[in-house]
Every structure is written in structure tokens, then in C-alpha cells.
Design a protein around this ligand. Sequence first.
Ligand code: ATP
Ligand code: MG
Length: 411
Amino acid sequence: MEPVRQLDPIGIMAGLPARKVLQSLMRTGQEARFVGGCVRDAVIGVEAEDVDIATPLPPDEVMRRLKADGLRVVPTGIKHGTVTAICEGVPFEITTLRRDVESYGRHAKVEFTDDWLEDARRRDFTFNALSLSAEGDLYDPFEGLSDLAAGRVVFVGDARERIREDVLRVLRYFRFHARFGKGPPDPDAIAACAEHARLLPTLSGERVREEILRLLANDRAVQVWRLMLERGIVPHLLPWATDVDRLAALDRLEWMVGEADIMARLAALLPPGDDAARAVAERLRLSNTQRDRLVLLADPPLAVTAELTQTQRRAALQKLGPEIYRDLLMLHAAGHGVPSVEILEPLAEAAAWRHIPFPLKGQDALDRGVPAGPEVGRLVGEVEDWWAARDFRPDRDACLAELDRRIGIVR
Ligand code: ATP
Ligand code: MG
């Protein structure tokens, strides 16, 4: 494989750590290159999120060389040829060149090789098969540079075959189409994705989550989600996530008033109520924090709208916190065609909101003879709502009097 041109690797090597790792591996000529997404990003002048390095050296030799240079090395996936070097706190994945012997799903059987072209053939899209040496030699075995420039996401090899090997590539296709695509997508690639969409349920929640959240964060998420709906992909992926019009409305609002949380973008696609949110959280193996947030957004304990009075707004801010409040307000506006100007003021209020400490504690209920248990929280919570509904004006004595009243103590 001959380099197609020179590219200053400074984009990737700007941080000295990457250079150190590469140099540690390159005792004798060209034994390591940057590969995949980080090279693609360097070509377009974007700083990559993560830096992958490939090498013909076997993993034990990689470990030996890096350790000899005093780097911390973790054998993160040594069976598949991957070790992670940590240099000045930055992790680098270093993978021995591989070729597929047998392909079935994620755990394709691989063999180590010293052939860079074999390794490039296993990569998903032509612009993800680029590699770059420390000297700046850029290798482009499948004309990925011209596809990138033209905004075409092109599978390496036969699209159908590559999707059958790993159906995650369907989701990667749409994610990269959102990020790099210009103009309409290639009809044959889309057809290949649509034909294999029924295999999507075989993917693990973690892999689907990663792809979907990254796709939804993209500026072109609305267009691409619409395309995935039209092509019958979504029913196999997240059958609940169909309200693309509401996502479009939320997206427009975000341009006008600032960003909502990614969970709000996901919630926008769902029908109201907690059932769909819980099902989505389960399918995507969301963390408990993410799940709780999604459920709260899909099934809020109180309505947050632009029509609330100031006291109601402040009570809602106190109860929900400013971020959930912001997301609920934006979701409501998105679902009801409320223009952005009508939520600007409440949003500004939310951004400046500071939690107001409630003057009572659970101990106050215990001191009054309420037995330890859920009743304590319920009572104190009720008094807190009462206090918030009065714009937080009642002082500790007034709150205690209200607590007494609720317990039935007559003063
Ligand atoms: P991003 O910038 O979003 O991280 P990326 O292309 O770097 O995009 P990664 O998931 O970090 O994506 O993967 C790094 C590289 O590994 C890819 O560029 C590609 O060459 C290869 N790769 C990753 N996942 C697959 C896959 N499912 N099938 C084939 N090749 C893959
Ligand atoms: Mg990457």
C-alpha cells in the first residue's frame, strides 16, 4: 500500500502523549499508524474524540515496548489484540492488525496479520479505513478521501455482506450519514440497511445506546430519524420512538433558546406516559440516572408550561430542579407549538434558579411522635409543597405549625 499524500499529523499529535506512544512502538521503521476515525477527523481538521493506533506487532510485544518506556499499559482486549496505553492520563487503544477468518456478529474470529490492507478491509466505511504514519504518510486504500469530500458514506466491500457480519453497521451508517452526508443517501446502501433491519434486535443494549445517543445529538438527527422511520428501521430499533415532528420542534427551539439534555431529545420521540420510557430505558440499558430522567420527562409529576403563574413556576423549579424544569418546559412547548419567545423568560428564571433550603427536616416529624417510616417523608413533603405554594414565605415556626396541623396536634 502506497501513501496517497502527506498530512501533517499535528492534528492528532498536538498532544505530546500520542507522539510518545507511537514512537515507543516504532523502533524499526514503520510499525505503528493512527487508524480509523481519528485520521478521518484530522483530514477535516477536527480534533478526534479518541485516538486509535494499529500495529503489526503482536500484543505482547506492544505491551513490552510500552512498558519499557515507562507507560502504563492495560490489556483491555488482549485476545482480540487490543491493549490500552495510558500516557499523561490520556488513553490510547493499540490494536494489532487483524484479518477476519470467520465473521459472525461482533465476535468475528480474527487472526493477527502484518498486512495493513487486510486490516483496512475489516473497517466499516471507506473514510474510516484511512491510516496515517507519524511521518505524515496518509494511506487511503478505498478512496475514502473522495467519499468524505463528496459526503458519501460508502461501505468497504459489499454492503449486505458487511451488515450481515455486524448489524451495528446499520446504525453506524445512519450516524455517519448524519455527520458527514451531503445530499440524499446512496439508495443501495439504504436498501441494504432496510433489508437487514430485522436483525437489529440481536444487538446488545450498550452498543445500540452508544450509537443512538450519538446520532440524536447530531444537528441532522431529525432528518436522519425521519429517514429511518420512512425506511422501516425504527420499528426494529426503538418502536416507541416515532414522534419525529416533536423532535423537530424541540430541535428548532434548541436553536432559538439553547440546548436541552440528550434525554429530552430522546423523550421528544416518545408517546406520553412512563411505559414507553421504561421500555426504551430497558432496551438501551440506560443507567439508573438516565432512566429516571427519561421517565420523569415522559411522565412528569407536575405539568410545566409557559402558562404557569410565577409562584407555580418557582414551586416547580424548587421541586424538579432547573434542568428537568427547562427540559419539561421545552418539551411541552415543542409538543404544543408554543413559540420560543414565550418560554424565554421562564428559561432565564430557571438558569438563575438557586434551591431554597426548606426550614423543616424529617427529624421535626419524628420529634412530634410520627413513627419512623414513609409517613415521615410524606408529611414533610406535603408541608414543603404547602410552603412552596406560598412562594417560600412561611418561616420555620409557620411550617412547624402547618406540620402540627397535619399531624393533628392542636396548639
Ligand atoms: P467517532 O469519531 O464517532 O468515534 P470512529 O470512526 O472513530 O467515529 P469508533 O467507534 O471510535 O468510530 O471506531 C474506530 C474505528 O474502528 C472506525 O473508524 C472503524 O475503522 C472501526 N470500526 C469501529 N466499529 C466498527 C464496526 N462495527 N465495523 C467495522 N469497523 C468498525
Ligand atoms: Mg473514534
